[in-house]
Design a protein around this ligand. Structure first.
Ligand code: HPA
Length: 274
C-alpha cells in the first residue's frame, strides 16, 4: 500500500535518529552565502540526501546535498546543505518535506538563509537583510490540500512568521560587532526568471524590500508546525526601473561570497545566544 505523508515523515525521522543518535532542537537551512558555515560545524556527522529514505532526489548531478549534525557556536544543531527549490520542478510537499522531518526529530527553531535581489533604495549589493516578514507570491501554498491536524492547524496565523525575539537578538549582535544589518520584507516568487524592471518596482510598491525564489514555502510549513523562525537574505543584486544592471547567477554567487563572513558571524553568534 502507498505510504501516507505522515508515514513517510516518520520513516525518514526514524532513519535519521538511528543513524545520528543525538537530536538537535535547532536547524539551519543553508542558502547561497552561508555555504562556508558548514566548515565551522564541530564533530560533524553527515547524511547524504541520496541515502535518506523519502528525501527528494536532487536535480543537480553530483550535488545531492546533505544533512550535517554537530556543534556551532557551542550549540548542537543540524544543517541542511542544499535545498529544494520550486523552480527545479519539485512540488510544494517535496520542497517542504525536510522541514516536516526536522519537526519530527524535535526541532523547534528554524534558521533560513538565501540570496535575494534588493528593491529597497537604501540597499547595496553585499548587504545582509534580516527578514522581518514575507509576501508569498508563489503560485501555490505548501499547505494546500488535506490538513493533517497532527502537523498543525488548517488555518495557521502568519502574524509573527519571523520571531521578534530573534530579530532583536540579531540587532543586538550587529550593534556589538559593528555590522551593517538591514531589515525588510522578503517577497517569495517561483522564478526561475529574475524580475523585469517593472516587477522589481511592483514588489517595492506592494511593500517588499528584497525578492528571491526560496524560503517562503519552508517558513510557512515551519510556522504551521509551530516552529520559531529566523530568516536572513544576502542582497546580491539590485532591481528597479532606474537600474540597468542585468542580474546573473554568477553575480549572485560573487556577491553572496562577499557577505559570507558577516553571515557566518551572525549565525554563529545567534547559535551561541539562543
Ligand atoms: N530576483 C529573484 N531571486 C533572486 C534575485 C533576484 O533579483 N537575486 C538572487 N535571487
Amino acid at each position: 500500500m502507498e505510504k501516507t505523508y505522515l508515514q513517510k515523515i516518520e520513516e525518514t525521522a526514524d532513519y535519521i535518529k538511528e543513524k545520528v543518535g543525538k537530536m538537535p532542537d535547532t536547524a539551519i537551512i543553508l542558502g547561497t552565502g552561508l555555504g562556508d558555515l558548514v566548515n565551522h560545524i564541530e564533530n560533524p556527522v553527515e547524511l547524504d540526501y541520496a541515502n535518506i529514505p523519502n528525501f527528494p532526489v536532487s536535480t543537480v548531478e553530483g550535488h545531492s546535498g546533505k544533512l550535517i549534525f554537530g556543534a556551532l557556536g557551542g550549540k548542537y544543531i543540524m544543517a541542511m546543505q542544499g535545498r529544494f527549490h520550486y523552480y527545479e520542478g519539485y512540488d510544494m510537499k517535496e520542497v517542504t518535506f525536510p522541514v516536516r522531518v526536522m519537526k519530527a526529530l524535535g526541532v523547534d527553531k528554524l534558521f533560513v538563509s538565501n540570496a535575494a535581489g534588493g528593491m529597497n533604495k537604501e540597499f547595496q549589493v553585499g548587504d545582509v537583510m534580516i527578514i522581518t516578514d514575507h509576501i508569498n507570491l508563489f503560485p501555490e501554498n505548501p499547505l494546500r490540500g488535506k490538513n493533517y491536524n497532527e502537523l498543525g492547524p488548517r488555518f495557521p496565523a502568519m502574524t509573527e512568521a519571523y520571531s521578534t525575539v530573534l530579530i532583536n537578538m540579531a540587532d543586538s549582535i550587529a550593534r556589538d560587532h559593528d555590522i551593517r544589518l538591514m531589515k525588510g520584507v522578503y517577497v517569495g516568487t517561483a522564478g526561475p526568471t529574475f524580475e523585469t524592471p517593472a516587477e522589481y518596482e511592483y514588489f517595492r510598491v506592494i511593500g517588499g524590500d528584497a525578492v528571491g525564489m526560496s524560503t517562503v514555502p519552508e517558513v510557512i510549513v515551519a510556522n504551521h508546525a509551530g516552529m520559531t523562525v529566523f530568516g536572513v537574505s544576502v542582497i546580491t543584486d539590485l532591481g528597479g526601473k532606474d537600474i540597468k544592471e542585468v542580474p546573473s547567477h554568477e553575480e549572485v554567487q560573487r556577491a553572496a561570497l562577499t557577505a559570507q563572513p558577516v553571515m557566518t558571524l551572525l549565525m554563529k553568534e545567534m547559535m551561541a545566544r539562543i
